[in-house]
Structures are given as structure tokens and as C-alpha cells.
Design a protein around this ligand. Sequence first.
Ligand SMILES: [Zn+2]
Ligand SMILES: [Zn+2]
Length: 408
Amino acid sequence: MSDLLSLASRGLTGASWSAWVLYFLATTQGTIVAVTLYLHRSQAHRGVQFHPVIAHLFRFWCWLTTGMVTRQWVAVHRKHHARCETVEDPHSPQVFGIGTVLWRGVDLYKRAAANKDDLATFGAGTPTDWIECHLYEPWSWLGPTLLAAVSIALFGVVGVALWALQMVWIPFWAAGVINGLGHWCGYRNFETSDTSANLVPWGLLVGGEELHNNHHAFPASAKFSQHRFEFDGGWLVICLLRWFGLAKVRRVAPALGYRAHIQEPDVETIRALRVQHGRILHDYASSVIAPILAQQRFGARSVRRLRRALANGGRWLDPSTRSELAALVHARRYLTEVCDFRDRLADMTARNRRDISPLAQDLRRWCTDAESSGIRVLVEFAERLKGCRVVEVRAERPTRPSLMQPKP
Ligand SMILES: [Zn+2]
Ligand SMILES: [Zn+2]
């Protein structure tokens, strides 16, 4: 009897608390890696392709530890990118409020995943093999149930607590923190058309997903980090798998380069304006708007706050704060001028026509006007802008023979 009681309380392993913590961290981190690498970077955005065995391991692990269905996750996420910050965005804090997305992100996800039309529109290209149609999708609840059984068998009553924690850990970090706070606070490298932000520069806890602004700027990039000081844990795993020939990187975000002594904007400048508009607009806010704000004797904190608001023309402010901002700008000549130049630049970056000659004309006029403005920081920016170019980052080749494709 006492043996049975001991088995129920300690499980088959009789493990100590350090083993519980290790088990919990290993399984939750495994799930985070499977979600960011397989569901997000590979299935939703096609930035990386994994060896079929690795891809299936990830798919199985997602089913076992979360019960999430690949097609549903991909459809909800692609819709988030396609309808970002509108009423159709499945989980925008701008629409639902940060509290709802942070604490009830799972409910928003479930509601979005039940939309059959969206599954057909946004879920294309996800697995439809036998195991998906007969096990993973119709029996999605079975995965977490099996995990509960394994957890209880291994650790007894503690296994119940560990399993319950696992069940809330991933939804909280992925659906709550990344979808919520990732569109609410943090720093930006790119002036994207949404509110995405990088939560911290080191993507360790949530597999690199913390770099959410970088991801929104280049969704199809397999690598989320952009600066030397940033770290993308998911990219490290991709590099390891690639080294073993088990992953093929399809796309990596390009960088922004500068050429010296370019007299007139040329085709390379226009390409940079189109591909790297987020970075260019961000640089404009940092190197033109911020110094002008600092000159107006605003404090460092106010400069940061105003720079962030003016970087997108106050787009995300409520109407009364936006009109206060407009009044503040119009009362200051240089600030008005650089904000007008920003609006013209933003208008050019938003154009998506094939015919580039009107854009080239406007860009030339913009540079000429900026250079004759007499505002030193604006003149320097125009000089740099003319020399902008896109630097392609090649998805490097694996250093070992790839297992992804048979040899000819
Ligand atoms: Zn997002
Ligand atoms: Zn994405």
C-alpha cells in the first residue's frame, strides 16, 4: 500500500526538484523551438525548409505539447501579417486592447482558428498527409492528454502540476507576450506600417520571436536578428541543423549599404527605398527628427517619446494627443519642415508602381529640396540617402553535404 502511495506521489522516476525543473525547461524550450522554427519560419513564411524527418519531429512535438494544428496556426498567423492592426487582425492590441491580447490571447487564437474561410484562404501549402488528416487535426486534444499521462507516470502528482504549467507556458509567451507586448512596447529598427517592436535584443526565452519588429520588416527572412548586438536563438538552431545538412535556408533579410559621392539618386537608390523603406524611415527619425527635437530643448525622455510618435506622423496616437502633437510641431519652424520632409519621404516609400520614373523624379526633387533647406542634419541625410543600396545577404551554403536533396 505504501509502495503504491509512494509511486503515486513520486512517479516512476522518484526524481528530485532539480529533475522537475530540467524536464520542464527542456520540454517547454523544445516546444518554443518547434513553434518558431517549424510553424512560423518554415510553414507560415517559407524562410527555411527542414529535412522531412526534422519537420515531422517538430510537427509531432507541437501536437503532443500544444495540440495546435499546423494549418490553423499558419492561417491565423498569415492573416495577422496580411491584415495587421485592422479589425480583421486576429490579435491586434490596437484593436482588442493590450490586456485582452496579453491575458486572453488563447481565446482570440481559438476564435480565429475556427474561421473556415480563413483556413482555406491563408492555410494553403500546409501538410495534408494521412497522419495530419487522421490524427493530428481530428485528434488534436489527444497530444496534450498523452503528455499528461507521461508526465504523471514520470513524476506522480508533481507531474500534474508540471503538465498544467506546460499548458499555460506556451500560450502565455507566444499568444500573450509576443502577439500582445510585441505590438505594444520595445524598440524598433524599422518604421514598419504596424506597431511591432523588438521586446529585447536577445531572443533566448522565446526562440528569437522577441525580435518582432525585425520580423515584421522582413517576414520571409529565416533570421530575425539584424544588428550585431541582437541574438536570435532560433537562428542558432537553424545554423546547427544546416551544418548537419538538415535545413535549407531560403531567405535572409537584406542589409542597407551606403555608397559614397553619389551625385543623383539612381536605380540602386530607388531599389533601396522600396526594399529598405522601414530602415530608411527609421534612420530619418533618428538622425533628423531626434536632433531637431533635442535642439528645441525637450528633455531626453520627451525627445524619445516625440521621436517615436513623429516617426510615423502620430499614426497610432488617439485623436486628441495627435492634435496636441500637430500643434506642438506647427509652433516650431524647423520641426514643421523636417516633419513635412518625412511625410514626403513616407509617401514615396509607400508607392508600389512598376513605373519608376515618377518616383525617380520625386526622389531627385526631395534630395534637392533637402540639400537647399539649410538644415544641417537634413542635408547630411539627403547625402546618405542618395548613396543607399540594398546589400543582399545570401542564404549561405551548408558546410557539410546536404541531406535535403539527392546528389545528381
Ligand atoms: Zn506581429
Ligand atoms: Zn510571422
